[in-house]
Design a protein around this ligand. Sequence first.
Ligand code: CMP
Length: 138
Amino acid sequence: MHNLERTFAIIKPDAVLADYSDDILNMIEENGFDILAVRPHHWTREQAEQFYAIHKNRPFFGELVDFMISGPLVMLVLEKENAVAAWRDLMGATNPDEAAAGTIRNLYGANIGHNATHGSDSLENAKIEIGQFFPELV
Ligand code: CMP
């Protein structure tokens, strides 16, 4: 059975600044994802607030938005069988302290806010997130 999916990923400003982008892109390719889009970008506050609107009532929302506009990031659309879960597995737990050895956040994340990468948490949200930046790829 084939269950080809697309998910939305971000190499966050902490990882871009630390020059981990190429290592992370290599891990993505080695793990069998097709990279359908890769776009470096520096978000505006409005783009960050729209993207993370689901978290707007959380105490860390302001910090999250400030961080995500603090420098350039890289937006990606990834395709693979069960891509949403596969990308979350490759990233590891949101908190790098809890991320399994060898996962991206274990290797490259510093703390729960500065955690190197983002990934959609469901297929439904993947479509929304891809649609915000790559409507032609939804
Ligand atoms: P991400 O997958 O981009 O989705 C929401 C982000 O909020 C999450 O990764 C974390 O980086 C961030 N986040 C979650 N909890 C906290 C927290 N307690 N403090 C700061 N940032 C957080």
